[in-house]
Design a protein around this ligand. Structure first.
Ligand code: AMP
Length: 238
């Protein structure tokens, strides 16, 4: 039986509001489309004026399976402590951890992620305003109970697992730009370090950054992130 990629993006007056990616069986497509359109209409950033939903058949043989990253919750009390932990986690990978932190916290309303070279600390994605949008991914073998009502946590672990599975990605930093969601993460060496209180409630700051290996083939990496269909295996974890 075939799978379908279901993708949603929504905007208002040219500003990105919401986006989501699923890979589901045929019988799940109508319900997933309904849930994603509702999400765009009820988003904390405001009701989206335009919602685009794309449904695309995938052959099972086109899908790559990757393991889910492990999750570790860090004891964080404040945004400044969160920044210290991010710095500490990134230090072994790059001398430019402060640049990564500044870029990630100062960006607004990006649709995708920044690519930052570990050796130079410079951005390498072709469109710095938009970034690179990771797409075509979902969870496999995760029980609905496990993630009930926790779309943000589930989607972040799925995205981080797809990203971490590429050999040219050394680390990821994520600060949600949702003013109501103040938990972020750093994913490094196969572990997703969850960081509560990464920013003050009500703040619209936030973006994602992928720190990439010196000499990485950026074009091939972007093609993997945007187009390769990936199911993240949660069974392998248990
Ligand atoms: P969110 O966790 O959805 O609040 O997103 C936080 C930030 O991550 C956004 O501002 C975007 O910059 C980035 N982002 C969200 N979704 C994706 C995605 N699918 N691929 C790459 N970056 C994303």
């Amino acid at each position: 039986m075939n799978y379908f990629s279901v993708r949603m993006r929504a905007d208002s007056a040219g500003q990105h509001i919401s986006g989501a990616e699923r890979i589901v069986r045929e019988y799940e497509v109508p319900a997933v489309c309904a849930a994603l359109s509702e999400r765009a209409l009820t988003h904390p950033k405001g009701m989206a004026e335009n919602t685009f939903i794309t449904v695309e058949a995938l052959a099972e043989s086109d899908i790559l399976h990757v393991p889910a990253v492990g999750v570790k919750v860090e004891a964080v009390q404040s945004p400044s402590q969160a920044r210290d932990i991010i710095e500490e986690l990134l230090r072994p990978m790059t001398a430019h951890s402060q640049v990564v932190i500044e870029e990630t916290f100062s960006a607004r309303n990006m649709r995708g992620a920044m690519l930052i070279a570990a050796d130079a600390g410079t951005r390498c994605e072709p469109d710095a305003r938009r970034g690179v949008r990771v797409s075509h991914m979902d969870a496999c073998g995760a029980s609905e109970e496990e993630f009930k009502g926790k779309d943000a946590a589930r989607e972040a672990i799925v995205l981080a697992s797809k990203v971490a599975a590429h050999p040219d990605v050394l680390a990821e930093v994520c600060v949600s730009d949702d003013p109501a969601y103040t938990t972020g993460y750093v994913c490094i060496d196969g572990t997703y370090h969850r960081l509560p209180h990464i920013k003050e409630p009500g703040s619209d700051e936030g973006a994602r950054a992928f720190i990439i290996k010196p000499g990485a083939d950026v074009e091939a990496l972007i093609d993997y992130l945007e187009n390769r269909a990936v199911l993240v295996d949660f069974e392998a974890e248990k």
